[in-house]
Ligand binder design. Structure first.
Ligand code: FE
Length: 381
């Protein structure tokens, strides 16, 4: 594996604020003052020129990008998606699988299992055991009632790869489903749900720890019925936020941050195939979607994923909340790493951690993305 020395960076989520970063064997070998004796001969040097060096972004919830979708179930599509998001600083993502006929869902899961892309940490099953009333852009035909038998069939052979499963706790037998999601070591996430506050709190008491795109496709905060949003605010669960300025009002994001603090929020893109492409007609699963000025909707106007990228998400989040750069970056790195249980290796800068890195400037333009110690994206300029 190639060595690399990054020189002169402002370091984020690191023990020190500036310096160099020596990468060896896919890991961070030294940080800050790198002793010349430890630098191998002919080590390639990358001048960060005072830009920021941060841990690579971890986007838990991605459907696609660059014209491809994980539901395409093709290795080229998967590589297109990871390359597109790497160009915006993402080094780890979860591949979102949406409700579809069982064989199509399993084909998409199998494709991710076979391709062994280093940037994919697993699968995010966004359903199918979710609420019809909160279906969002999903085709209601492919939603299912919670069933342990169906769940086992769905994940068979891929138990280790499934990291998150979105479910609606108010549906009958959701408690058994929740227990089975936990049994395969995945995170049960409350989402696409019409749950009351009590139903959502009960699911949290039984092991749910996360909310899928908070505020979108879930029961809202009402003063007599605080709903799923109220339960998210009134617990220490993690939440995902789509900070494109469209899915969530900036004031909502600011209020959530006030209540939850900066340790439980995860910035996601929820990006679809249209991310990175000009406006036009696309598909999410088998439903047509229309992208106008970067906003993706079904023909009835329902929002259908985003065209957001992680560098823009971090930039927007800082603008919406007024938080510091390290606070914003941790919501895109350390927080999801902790939630996913990969924080020993990823989500912060430190000696021995994976060399998954992003170099960006004051305006959040990504200049380099390094994955597993290798430069996977370099901006042309
Ligand atoms: Fe989604």
């Amino acid at each position: 594996m190639a060595d690399l020395l990054v020189r002169g960076a402002r370091l984020l989520l690191a023990p020190i604020e500036e310096g160099d970063c020596l990468v060896r064997g896919g890991h961070i070998a030294a940080l800050g003052q790198v002793p010349p004796s430890t630098i191998p001969p002919n080590c390639p040097v990358l001048d960060a020129a005072g830009r920021y060096l941060a841990p690579g972004f971890i986007d838990m919830h991605v459907h696609g990008g660059g014209g491809a979708d994980f539901m395409d179930a093709k290795p080229e599509a998967i590589r297109t998606i990871t390359a597109f998001h790497a160009a915006h600083g993402t080094t780890t993502l979860l591949a979102a699988i949406i409700p579809a006929p069982m064989d199509r869902m399993r084909q998409a899961m199998a494709a991710v299992a076979e391709v062994t892309e280093p940037g994919i940490a697993g699968l995010y099953l966004e359903g199918p055991f979710v609420s019809r009333a909160k279906k969002g852009a999903f085709n209601p035909r492919w939603l299912r009632s919670p069933s342990v038998r169906t769940f086992r069939k769905l994940v068979e052979g891929h138990q280790n790869l499934v990291k998150v499963v979105t479910f609606a706790p108010e549906r009958p037998k959701a408690d058994q489903l929740l227990a089975n999601i936990l049994a395969i070591g995945a995170l049960p996430a409350i989402g696409h749900t019409a749950a009351t506050y009590e139903q959502a709190m009960d699911a949290l008491a039984h092991g749910a720890r996360h909310f899928t795109h908070l505020g979108n496709a879930m029961s809202d905060l009402h003063h007599r019925e605080p709903g799923a949003v109220g339960a998210a605010l009134d617990s220490d669960a993690y939440v995902e936020l789509i900070c494109d300025g469209i899915h969530l009002h900036p004031a909502f994001v600011r209020l959530i941050a006030e209540v939850k603090g900066y340790e439980r929020m995860c910035l996601i893109t929820d990006a679809i195939a249209a991310a990175g492409l000009p406006d036009g007609e696309f598909a999410l699963g088998d439903l047509p979607i229309f992208v106008h000025q970067g906003i993706a909707r079904l023909s009835n106007g329902t929002l259908a994923g985003s065209t957001l990228t992680m560098n823009r998400a971090v930039k927007n989040f800082m603008k919406f909340t007024g938080c510091s750069l390290p606070e914003a970056v941790r919501c895109a790195t350390l927080n999801p790493a902790r939630l996913l249980g990969i924080d020993e290796r990823k989500g912060s800068l430190g000696v021995g951690k994976d060399a998954d890195l992003v170099i960006f400037d004051n305006d959040f333009n990504v200049h380099y993305t390094i994955l597993d110690g290798k430069i996977v994206y370099a901006r042309e300029d």
